[in-house]
Design a protein around this ligand. Structure first.
Ligand SMILES: Cc1ncc(C[n+]2csc(CCOP(=O)(O)OP(=O)(O)O)c2C)c(N)n1
Ligand SMILES: [Mg+2]
Length: 298
């Protein structure tokens, strides 16, 4: 029960944080762009429940949910989005370029995958026992550098888990128009084993992630995890050509609803109150923080 509550709380923190981000953009307090994770929360929370604290994580443009599930501070993430000196990377990285402990993100689709692969080589050489987890989206299957990385990861038997979050869209392009053939087949071509689930149930994600992660760690070799999911919000702030019927249909897969039925109404209300308080405090505190001085990178 405790665990169910903790999983729900982590997903709700991401949801409320991201909702706040979308609202704050209209106030002009945030800089750059943003790609919220609303709808996909079960992926991050399930996976981060199963990795070790020292494992290395490479995220992408849609990184807030990954960062929060990793244990990142919502206040420092809010400050980062506001360009404040107290931000995760001193207000210089913005929404997509975050680094904290062993967490890295980058906005260039696929660009971070060879870096993640190199990091897995370093972990192997240094015999740290740590594995690398690299997140990509369905649209990133179109990036050639991904296949060079899969090839090297397989040839050199590197401890890396490639997580493919298929939310069925690359910006506004539906997956049917951008991805031919089989997703799992792409990994199979490099003899990389794949675990695949179509689910927004965080307990399912925990269980499949546990298997995939255990395989990478015990064999010291690559694996992949394909999670079919749904993005409820626009790709970025407003670019969403999907018809209302489709948006209504996918809402039935809301990970908070799917998992929420395992909790009592009182528990949900209590967690909601607690999480709203955390998000409110994070944004209020970040708002009054200073901007970095010109030319100074902290
Ligand atoms: C090399 C590169 N090309 C284009 C973009 C612009 N861009 C950012 S996200 C995105 C779509 C990514 O789709 P997907 O990989 O499915 O991830 P999702 O946004 O669905 O999470 C595009 C085209 C980019 N960031 N990098
Ligand atoms: Mg996508």
């Amino acid at each position: 029960m405790e665990e169910n509550l903790a999983l729900y709380r982590s997903m709700l923190l991401i949801r409320r944080f991201e909702e706040r981000i979308l609202n704050e953009f209209s106030t002009g307090k945030l800089f750059g762009t943003t790609h919220v994770y609303i709808g996909q929360e079960a992926d991050a929370v399930g996976i981060f429940t199963e990795i070790d604290p020292d494992d290395v994580v490479f995220s992408n443009h849609r990184c807030h949910g990954h960062f929060l599930a990793y244990g990142g501070d919502p206040y420092r993430l809010a400050a980062e989005l506001m360009g404040k000196v107290t931000g995760v990377v001193g207000g210089r990285g913005g929404s997509q370029h975050i680094h904290w402990r062993n967490f890295y993100s980058n906005g260039i689709q696929g660009g971070i995958v060879p870096v993640a692969t190199g990091m897995a080589l370093a972990e192997k050489i240094n015999k740290t026992g740590m594995i690398v987890v690299a997140f990509i989206g369905d649209g990133t299957l179109g990036e050639g550098v991904l296949y060079e990385s899969l090839n090297i990861a397989s040839l050199w038997k590197l401890p890396i888990l490639f997580v493919l979050e298929d939310n069925h869209y690359a910006q506004t392009t539906p997956v049917e128009k951008g991805v031919s053939g089989s997703m799992a087949g792409r990994f199979a071509a490099f003899s990389i084993p794949t675990w695949e689930r179509d689910t927004t149930d965080v307990l399912d994600v925990c269980s499949v992630a546990r298997e995939a992660i255990a395989t990478v760690r015990s064999r010291n070799e690559p694996a992949s995890l394909i999670l079919h999911t749904h993005r409820f919000s626009a790709h970025s702030k407003g670019d969403d050509p999907r018809p209302p019927e489709e948006l209504a249909r996918i809402r039935q897969f809301d990970p908070l609803l799917v998992h929420g039925i395992r909790l009592t109404a009182d528990e949900c209300t209590q967690v909601d109150r607690e999480v709203n308080g955390i998000v409110e405090k994070a944004f209020r505190r970040a708002e009054i923080d200073p901007f970095p001085s010109e030319g100074v990178v902290r």
